[in-house]
Design a protein around this ligand. Sequence first.
Ligand code: BES
Ligand code: MN
Ligand code: ZN
Length: 505
Amino acid sequence: MDWKVTDREATGDVMLLPLWQSKSKAPHNSLNGLPRSTISNVKSALSGQRFNGKIGSTLSIWSDNCRVVLIGMGEVDELTHKTARDAGAKAIAGLSKKDGTDLTVRFTTGWNLEGMKWFVEGMMLRDYAFLKYRKKDREEAEEKGNWNLTIQASERYLTDLKADMKIVAARVDGVHLARDLGNEPPNHLYPMAYAERAQNWANGKKNVKVEVYDWERLQKEDMGGLINVGKGSSRKPCMVIFTVNPNVDPKAQVPCIVGKGITFDTGGISLKPGASMDEMKYDMHGAATVFGLMYALQASGHKGRVHGIACLAENMPSAEAYRPGDVIPTYSGKTIEVLNTDAEGRNVLADGLWKSGELNPAYVVDLATLTGAVVVALGHEATGLWSNNDDLQERIHKAGNEEDEIAWKMPLLPAFEKEMTGSKIADVRNLGKSRWGGSCTAAAFLKQFVPPRDFDEDNDQIPWAHLDIAGTAWGADTNAMVSHGATGIHVRTLHRLITQASSSN
Ligand code: BES
Ligand code: MN
Ligand code: ZN
């Protein structure tokens, strides 16, 4: 979507007019520049109560030169970020480029800066389709081109709105990149293909650095979690380490975000059943979010240093694959008893989390499509959020709420840790003793690989939070921001967390 911000003047092919409830008159300035016939149609629709402005209501008014879509926003003092984003998303979803691509959204009396940003963000987020492998649709979309959006507002908002919209658009691009990565089929996006994309992105940018630990390097580093999960595939595993603003405050403690990147999860020797196995191409969405976030931070001009680590592997059964019963080493020096090769995400994250400690992070957040159990617990409505630090957990929860990306607090109980460290043959087992609390035992496993500060056992663990996005990375039909496929979940949550936007936003 191309966009610009202007005063309320000319109109395009289509004009969106988001209006408040129970107003029988069009607000001051709302009809500037419209053809006379359209003005009288809009006025009569409002006075005759054909359109009442209730949330969710819309009315399309056609005339010769311009189509006007009235969008009900409910009561002005009841607007929330969710109603505004959802209305923007639904508005764009209801349009067709057949009616022209010059689109205007005109904000009138009662709209403030935040509200306008939310509405347009919803429009932009929803304006996405993955057409790469659909020849006809792709060609048609290329021919029609992007939406050409004019955002119209009262003059006093124009300067701020222009500046803020740049950041909104950068974040949306990051979300769309994460979706692109998530939606790529697993034969196209394998571990080293992700690494190449990351390197291509970094190429020529002075303020980002991407380092790739390939198969040989993983051996040198003894990253046994990644090696063992990935060795069953002919597409070998790797670790990708991102840094945004690598030269800023090299001594300062800054955030580090770690992502699970299983480019396809067959389950390995503990093979998954066939139904919906194709969806396991999304099993790298944690790593997709890491990349999307790095993109968004760089593109929005974030000044601080931030680290990202993507743990990439393909989990395949083969003569080379790791087995149930194996005891494997990890980067931390701790060993894992593999009881189920399908619990592979935690094995690769063990190496990523331990690696994060070397970057002296202020805090570490990992994202992973880790367990089916979290989908049983929370459905597709919320991500599970575990943490060893109440303050960090609360900050992530708050940031998620403000972005309409709910991260629900879940418990890290000592009993779960005991369960996962109860192996008779290794330091940690990769499977709970029963299937109950499966997402909590997985989180308790990860905690064993969060390093103490400076790797000194006398120090506390680094503040860490774990986001299990198995239910939110794809599949929510209640998520108005996306029609189907990968969601790009938590790019915005983490962008907000890291850029420390004030909680009133
Ligand atoms: N990637 C899956 C988790 C998953 C399942 C995500 C369904 C989204 C939808 C993960 O690697 C996995 O297989 N987890 C197992 C763990 C079990 C073996 C302890 C699971 O959830 O069944
Ligand atoms: Mn698995
Ligand atoms: Zn998996």
